[in-house]
Design a protein around this ligand. Structure first.
Ligand SMILES: Nc1ncnc2c1ncn2[C@@H]1O[C@H](COP(=O)(O)OP(=O)(O)OP(=O)(O)O)[C@@H](O)[C@H]1O
Length: 395
């Protein structure tokens, strides 16, 4: 576990008060236990981010709270509860919907970490007397010797579980106030500890997908909030090959759910989403997982959240991920007005506007931002990089 007494030699764990985010999952159960075992003053905080008013089977919050309470009792710590549903709605969900409406595929977990877990939750934990908060994220932090109150965000030690991608938008001063006890462990070890301690959560399956959607069908969920706008699916040369129910239901690179088939002139090769033409409400599909139209050479992003508060340089080489769990990719980053330009050494498959690009220097997560536009080999650069619209260049 990251040793806070290294960062604050005057503090011993016995008088360091830590509020652990307890979700009723196995990772935060073990995080709380590890902290207690290391002698910290530990209390848990279960938060509700979503007001379930549909009373359906999708409402798992009550079971999760009961599990968190059972683990807190087993460890012998107090469990607080709080609702951040208003903050979640205003700062995460509305943005999530507007991104979908604009044809992009957002990642609400990144915004949830930035705005709720490491802001509303952290601020509330401070009112409960917390010196630190802790979560069950697979990530690590390292205090910066010559920058008191700031820390670096590092990948979790378990390469299969590293969650730094989702945490990149949290500033270094908030990372410095967080402990990540399971970030030093591999997942099987975490499950082993939970089992050894007899936690009800020891065999609970990992949460998947977006927290408020739970197990319900994504399409049905979105339909409640955004009107579906059906349109055509076309090949890149404009041949109509099917219908879609709404561009928002589709993601670049996606294979499933296109409902294209039985078009004898095209053969059996599967179809993939290559592009969304928002102006015509048309989805462009191509055949074959490795079709060149699925590969981007570079991207431009919106504003970047740098964990350190500032970029390492005006331009630099580093590694990047354009989605969770993607192996690190070599690239060059150049700061531009309102974001960065990223040129990849190797063309990247399915780089998706609305998702985030996250930068790494070895294990250190530098920060990242939302992907706005991409370009392919041989294509003109986006207008933001040239100052002229591509059409005007050829006019
Ligand atoms: N409802 C909640 N209340 C308090 N803390 C939460 C809640 N949901 C998530 N967290 C905190 O954020 C961490 C990461 O959440 P995530 O949803 O990614 O779950 P996870 O990685 O499956 O972890 P866990 O096994 O603890 O649920 C959790 O380990 C926990 O510390």
């Amino acid at each position: 576990m990251t040793n806070t007494s290294e960062a604050h030699p005057a503090n011993s764990t016995a008088n360091t008060r830590v509020i652990v985010g307890m979700s009723g999952g196995v990772d935060s159960s073990v995080a709380a236990w590890l902290l207690k075992d290391h002698g910290y003053q530990v209390e848990g905080l279960f938060m509700k981010n979503w007001d379930e008013d549909d009373g359906t089977e999708y409402c798992t919050a009550m079971t999760d709270l009961a599990d968190a309470q059972a683990v807190a009792d087993a460890i012998g710590i107090k469990l607080h509860t709080a609702s951040f549903a208003a903050e979640y709605w205003d700062r995460v969900f509305e943005h999530f919907l507007s991104e979908y409406q604009a044809g992009r595929t957002p990642n609400p977990d990144i915004l949830c970490n930035k705005e709720v877990k490491f802001r509303a939750f952290l601020d509330y934990a401070v009112t409960l007397g917390a010196d630190y908060i802790a979560t069950g994220h697979y990530a690590r932090q390292r205090p910066i010797a010559d920058a008191p109150g700031k820390a670096q965000l590092l990948k979790g030690l378990d390469p299969n579980k590293d969650q730094s991608y989702f945490l990149h938008a949290v500033s270094g001063d908030r990372i410095a106030r967080t402990l990540f006890p399971v970030g030093e462990l591999e997942k099987p070890e975490v499950r082993r500890i939970a089992e050894q301690q007899g936690f009800v959560t020891h065999d609970k399956k990992d949460s998947t997908g977006i927290c408020f959607i739970g197990e319900r069908k994504f399409k049905d969920f979105l339909k409640q909030y955004l009107p579906a706008q059906p349109g055509d699916i076309e090949t890149p040369d404009g041949q109509k090959i099917g219908r879609h129910q709404g561009l928002m239901y589709h993601t670049i690179g996606q294979r499933q759910g296109l409902g294209i088939g039985g078009l004898s002139e095209f053969g059996d090769e599967p179809w993939y989403v290559a592009q969304k033409d928002l102006s015509r409400n048309v989805l462009i599909a191509v055949q074959g997982k490795h079709h060149p139209l699925l590969f981007s050479r570079g991207l431009v992003s919106g504003p970047i959240d740098w964990v350190a508060g500032e970029p390492p340089a005006q331009s630099f080489r580093c590694k990047a991920k354009t989605r969770y769990r993607q192996p690190d990719q070599d690239c060059e980053v150049v700061l531009i007005e309102g974001g960065v330009r990223v040129d990849f050494d190797d063309a990247q498959r399915a780089v998706t506007p609305g998702q985030s690009v996250v930068f790494y220097d070895g294990d250190v997560c530098l920060g990242g931002g939302v992907i706005e536009e991409t370009w392919r080999d041989g294509e003109p650069l986006p207008a933001r990089l040239t100052g002229t619209r591509p059409q005007e260049e050829t006019a």
